[in-house]
Design a protein around this ligand. Sequence first.
Ligand SMILES: *Cc1c(COP(=O)(O)O)cnc(C)c1O
Length: 355
Amino acid sequence: MYEGLHIVHRHHGAIDLRSDTVTLPSPAMREAMARAEVGDDVYGEDPTINRLEEMAAALLDKEAAVLVPSGTMGNLSTLLAHCGRGDRVIMGDQCHIYWYEAGGASALGGMAYHPLATATDGTLDLDQLRDVVCLGDDQHEAPASLICLENTHNRCGGVVLPLSYLAEVHALAQDAMLPVHLDGARIFNAAIALGVHVREITRHVDSVQICLSKGLAAPVGSLVLGTERFIARVRRMRKMLGGGMRQAGVIAAAGIVALDQMVDRLAEDHANARMLALGLAKVPGLRIDLERVQTNLVRFELDVTDLRVEEFLGRLRQRGVLMGGMGGRTVRAVTHYGVSAEDVAHVLDVVREVV
Ligand SMILES: *Cc1c(COP(=O)(O)O)cnc(C)c1O
């Protein structure tokens, strides 16, 4: 079936390195979506969603999972399920929840964000964490209710948190009787980079949000995972936020293909990112910290003072290459399913020409 459908993998012929969110669904996903058996999920009757949620729970070794439209709604419904108004949520000052989610949990859930300094390797200082997890005994203090971590860490350049660090944070949180939430938008990138099963990461956290729509290339969707009881609460919050979905098995079908077929190939993206980073390191006028290139995100700085970032990006764009500006002189390039090793070689030629 599906011979009539022309399947496009690339936007307008450009090599788009702005983000792994630009990935287009694979032919297997399109086919699975077309064939998906569906029902009303708010009645719990969409077999494809049920299958995706069960499959993800087994894979990440959690009791239950719930499909949500986006990572942002996944994190928001999670924070609403963990915390009440006036509660303190401890997070890194470079994390996605703090920077890029419209302050949702603060605006809609009345939570106080308590940001801690983030080291360049994506970690928070354990002594500082120890100082704030107990806050709440005194009447002046908003009670600490949750610790949020991010792995891989987006603004830190896709770095991977060490398992030993996750274990330490988990132990510290358990001593303080606080849950730990992991923003695992790119958790499979972390697992692949570490060479471990993803459950070696998730065993150290109480709840986790994973994105199907980033490197895994599904068109829509994230999952939140945790205990059965907790996920029931997340489901209620999702409903409150307007995210109860009906025949969303059409989306879940692509998610199943994502978990089945798209995880192992992330290693290719990492190899391509490495190749890109090594090439960029040799271009005079660019600065890059190769140690930070651990997964599919490549961040580098323009060191040529007479070339503005916008101008650099514009010249690349004219030559069919898209990258993103990250503020200051920082540029980001992300490898993904729509970018091949040949593409990376071509991008390096274009960058050399432009700089
Ligand atoms: C993309 C991303 C999210 C949010 O996912 P959306 O589906 O874009 O809402 C959350 N956390 C991190 C680290 C991300 O990179």
